[in-house]
Ligand binder design. Structure first.
Ligand SMILES: [Zn+2]
Ligand SMILES: [Zn+2]
Length: 281
């Protein structure tokens, strides 16, 4: 993996064929100094935005990209730092650009995303054949395929040349003992080379199980600087073996990250994930 800095103000959604990960933000849900942890995956002519939080459209706009330039979305769960910008995507696409973006989503999470979150702001703007609008009036749905060979629920989808495996995670509530008893949330594996956990509590099995299969080049992992609640604490992540820690880039961290740069090094992590940096594979 190579790391490159953003030189031009305008971010391109194309690469020469390399797989590029670009964090629009690496901050926590309530960050005021960064943008929220939303991840752009770009490879050749293909791209996917993983999550579009409340600050997502603004963050993209400052990179020269209107949110309507994003053609493919995958949402990892329903907290506002991951879906808060989606109503803007839906309404702008339907009423301004009149081009539906693609949403990679399974049936279970489509129900949750639409019926528990987006429906209130989107469904009632017009009457469609005497009926209210539905999810597919706003998004072209791309269904990932369930992969029955994995013991943890895993789905696969291809967006052009980009392969995504989508695996269930253990995020909320704070009392759930495993992914099965957690509310719906997921992380992604990109081209079998990189893992991005999105939001998760400390879940040793999640990382070690897929790491054994894929031997990742890098793992971008949820991290908070205290223990407890619904995210992985840095003291918990310290328990991973050294060969895993040296691939771990910590994302979704709080605004006091400078106080923990030393600890990140001392514990043997690769680094904090940095916003507006190209991770090139
Ligand atoms: Zn979050
Ligand atoms: Zn969350």
């Amino acid at each position: 993996m190579k790391i490159q800095t953003l030189k031009e103000r305008k971010l391109s959604l194309k690469t020469d064929g390399e797989l590029v990960l670009f964090f629009v933000g690496t901050g926590s849900a309530f960050t005021k100094r960064q943008y929220q942890t939303n991840l752009l995956i770009i490879k050749g002519n293909d791209h996917i935005l993983i999550d579009c939080g409340t600050k997502g459209p603004q963050a993209l706009s400052e990179l020269g990209l209107p949110v309507t330039s994003i053609k493919n979305f995958l949402i990892t769960h329903s907290h506002a730092d991951h879906i808060g910008g989606l109503e803007e995507v839906a309404l702008m696409s339907r009423y301004i650009t009149k081009e539906k973006p693609v949403m990679i989503i399974n049936e279970t999470y489509q129900y949750i995303l639409w019926d528990m979150s987006l429906r209130g702001g989107c469904a009632y703007n017009e009457e469609e054949a005497m009926d209210i609008l539905t999810f597919s009036d706003f998004f072209d749905i791309l269904r990932p395929q369930w992969m029955p060979d994995y013991p943890r629920e895993t789905f696969q989808v291809k967006v052009g040349s980009i392969d995504l495996k989508i695996m269930r995670t253990k995020h909320i509530p704070d009392s759930s003992s495993d992914w099965q008893s957690s509310f719906w949330s997921c992380g992604v594996i990109i081209d079998d080379r990189v893992m991005f956990t999105s939001d998760t509590r400390y879940d040793y099995d999640l990382v070690t199980y897929y790491e054994k299969i894929f031997n990742f080049e890098a793992i971008f992992h949820d991290c908070q600087f205290f223990t407890g609640g619904v995210h992985a604490g840095i003291e918990e992540l310290k328990q991973f073996p050294p060969d895993i820690k040296k691939k771990l880039y910590l994302s979704h961290y709080g605004d006091n990250w400078e106080d923990f740069e030393g600890k990140v090094k001392e514990y043997g992590f690769a680094d904090l994930a940095r916003q507006h940096i190209f991770y090139v594979f």
